[in-house]
Ligand binder design. Structure first.
Ligand code: ADP
Ligand code: MG
Length: 357
């Protein structure tokens, strides 16, 4: 068994009647890039803050490097936090900002200067040391905050929505840089975001947080392709969810009766169970020939078509029952369906995911 560098054991945090974090257990391995993903108010910041020492849990324990640090103050933990608003000091230069954490930790001047230069270099800001904070772009400020954190040489770097204030292009660039930095330095990163695309782009493992609990935990591809719960399927991008009832089950496959007919999907269930079957838009297509078992979704009429560069997103309704909720699927960009066109849709059985409430 690999040792965990961070271990949350049945951690909860309540504020009066509000339960911000509800019985969360999480083991983070050294050198891992973990993303806490979830909607606003789900408890991400509170979890991060309990790892960093800014919030003391109401119950449960926080172990870091094998030591119980549940009540240890931030400055004596091997963690550093990059806050959402960066918390840079506007009246200090870039260098002074980066050096600040080292002064707090009472390091000698020579070491402070060396580490400040090193970490500015790491984030691509060598030569910016004498600048004022107001002379920097948003992306550069973000780098200063990162340099200030890295200068301390933490075992665990905690990042609370660090890219939220940046425009899309810089955000994508910074995502790549964070991953490179993390892999090169081997530091454990715990990164908070509400953006599922960002989470998928950077995480080794995603902890999906919902109402203070970990709803799902695992590598991005598994979370996206085989979501564990209905919440995960809905949160991780667009999904077609077909509600239904288990009609029969045998050897790890259940047959679910839905509005589009019977769907055979792998999973467990008992006859009569109310369940859901999820299919991503890109898993549905008009193609019928396949070596694999296919689900016949039926004949549909094209409604809205939205061009999205790499593909066209189509909303369609079943010709047999037009009152039903639209089905969303993708066509290659070179195909140009028109509103009112009729086609028959299919999906691979192996792509369907069985979900319970
Ligand atoms: P997130 O970072 O996912 O948006 P937070 O961890 O900030 O969520 O908050 C989780 C819940 O706890 C929210 O309902 C929030 O209002 C509540 N909460 C957080 N901090 C406090 C506090 N200091 N006092 C009272 N309620 C709080
Ligand atoms: Mg937050």
């Amino acid at each position: 068994m690999t040792e965990s560098i961070v271990q949350l054991d049945h951690v909860s945090k309540t504020y009066g009647p509000v339960t911000a974090v509800d019985d969360v257990s999480l083991n983070i391995a050294p050198g891992e890039f973990v993303v806490l993903l979830g909607p606003s108010g789900s408890g991400k910041t509170t979890i991060l803050s309990m790892i960093g020492g800014f919030t003391i849990p109401s119950s449960g324990t926080v172990t870091i490097n094998g030591e119980d640090m549940t009540d240890t103050p931030p400055v004596t933990r091997p963690t550093v936090t990059v806050f959402q608003d960066y918390a840079l000091f506007p009246h200090m230069t870039v260098s002074e900002n980066v050096e600040f954490g080292l002064k707090m930790r009472k390091l000698a001047k020579g070491i402070r200067q060396q580490r400040t230069e090193q970490s500015l270099e790491i984030v691509g800001l060598a030569g910016f040391g004498d600048r004022g904070i107001h002379q920097l772009s948003g992306g550069q400020r973000q780098r200063v905050a990162l340099a200030r954190a890295l200068a301390v040489e933490p075992a665990v770097l905690l990042l609370d929505e660090p890219l939220g204030a940046l425009d899309l292009k810089i955000r994508h660039q910074m995502q790549d840089e964070l991953v490179h930095l993390q892999k090169n330095l081997g530091v454990t990163f715990v990164h908070v975001t509400h953006d599922q695309e960002e989470a998928m782009a950077i995480a080794d493992n995603i902890a999906l947080i919902n109402e203070g609990k970990i709803e799902d935990y695992g590598p991005p591809d598994r979370i996206y392709l085989r979501p564990a719960t209905l919440f995960t399927a809905r949160f991780m991008g667009e999904s077609n969810i077909f509600e239904g009832t288990v009609k029969s089950s045998r050897e790890g496959t259940v047959t679910v009766g839905t509005r589009i007919g019977d769907i055979a999907v792998s999973g467990e269930g008992s006859t009569g169970d109310r369940v859901y079957v999820s299919l991503r838009p890109e898993q549905i297509c008009p193609v019928t020939e396949s070596a694999e078992e296919m689900i016949d979704i039926g004949e549909v009429r094209i409604g809205e078509v939205i061009f999205q560069g790499t593909h066209r997103l189509c909303r369609v309704v079943n010709t047999a029952d037009q009152t039903e909720k639209p089905i969303v699927f993708r066509l290659p960009a070179e195909q140009q369906p028109r509103t009112g066109d009729v086609m028959r849709l299919h999906a691979k059985s192996s792509h369907a995911v069985l979900l319970k409430k």
